[in-house]
Design a protein around this ligand. Structure first.
Ligand code: CP
Ligand code: NVA
Length: 299
């Protein structure tokens, strides 16, 4: 079992991961931590920078009784000097899980194909399933249910695409507002259409937020898109999350936030869910690691 994108899980499995996250969090908070992964090691392969993913996985593994090894872009031969498939084969001889943050989504697919231990996508250009797990946990914490209306206002890339799939698998009622040309990919849309409750799509941010319980945004210029910066800033004009547009709805943001672009400084300094989301990355990933340890890799 790998987690290349959120729909590698069934809806039932997704809920089982969230429930395991809740169980582990409650045990930790009660001062009776469960440590189901003694002597287990997670390799963390990073082609891009990270604050939350790196620290939440490393801390999470420690809390589970295991250990995490950070492998940055200059530390191993990933894709240069050694084919990816060899890295996958060799890491699998040492560690119990591989988490990888890559540019090209095909690279995490290849790692999963050749690894004999679970591979977890820690963000690719196309998907961020660990973010979706943390986001669903955050919504469930706040509202006691996933039957909540969420408006996505921003880019239809990685974070949005995994959220779209996660929403389609659950009761989450998602409306996605993106500028023309920045919608979710056709292939992702097709996958959502094969699930229970596919999201609605619009190019009108006001229409998307009108009936929303929660609003979610992400950066306009993602990691690796620096050359597209000017074009993207022009395309996303009118999509900024201002205090007026947000009203009294909670804001979600996967972070990092680019203040003055997708969100104002005033909104980021206000009351929002981004810090809970960041914390819940750790709880959700602990749930995922503990749950994955009980699965077979080929399942
Ligand atoms: N949201 C998220 O994945 O943050 P990092 O880039 O800091 O890991
Ligand atoms: N869309 C952003 C998400 C960062 C967590 C990026 O890819 O940079």
């Amino acid at each position: 079992m790998h987690l290349v994108d959120i729909d590698d899980l069934t809806a039932e499995e997704l809920h089982a991961v969230l429930d395991e996250a809740d169980r582990l969090r409650a045990a930790h908070e009660a001062g009776e931590p469960d440590r189901p992964l003694p002597d287990r090691t997670l390799a963390m392969v990073f082609e891009k920078p990270s604050t939350r993913t790196r620290v939440s996985f490393e801390t999470g593994m420690t809390q589970l009784g295991g250990h995490a090894v950070f492998l940055g872009p200059d530390d191993i031969h990933l894709g240069h000097g050694e084919p990816l498939r060899d890295t996958a084969r060799v890491l699998s001889r040492y560690v119990d899980f591989i988490m990888a943050r890559v540019f090209d989504h095909a690279d995490v697919v290849e790692l999963a194909e050749f690894a004999t231990v679970p591979v977890i996508n820690g963000l690719s250009d196309d998907a961020h399933p660990c973010q979706t797990l943390g986001d669903l946990l955050t919504i469930r914490d706040r509202f006691g249910t996933l039957d909540v209306s969420v408006a996505w206002v921003g880019d239809g890339n990685n974070v949005c695409q995994s959220l779209a799939l996660g929403a389609a698998m659950t009761d989450l009622d998602l409306t996605i507002a993106t500028p023309e040309g920045y919608e979710i990919a056709d292939g992702v849309r097709r996958r959502t259409l094969g699930l229970d409750s596919p999201p609605e799509e619009t190019d009108d941010p006001e229409a998307a937020v009108a009936d929303a319980d929660v609003v979610y945004t992400d950066v306009w210029v993602s990691m690796g898109e620096e050359d597209e910066r000017e074009a993207k800033l022009r395309a996303f004009e009118g999509f900024q999350m201002t205090a007026d547009r947000l009203g009294d709805r909670p804001l979600m943001h996967c972070l990092p936030a680019h203040r003055g672009e997708e969100v104002t400084d005033e909104v980021m300094e206000g009351d929002h869910l981004a810090w809970d989301q960041a914390e819940n990355r750790m709880h959700a990933q602990k749930g995922l690691l503990s749950w994955l340890a009980g699965q077979t890799v080929s399942a």
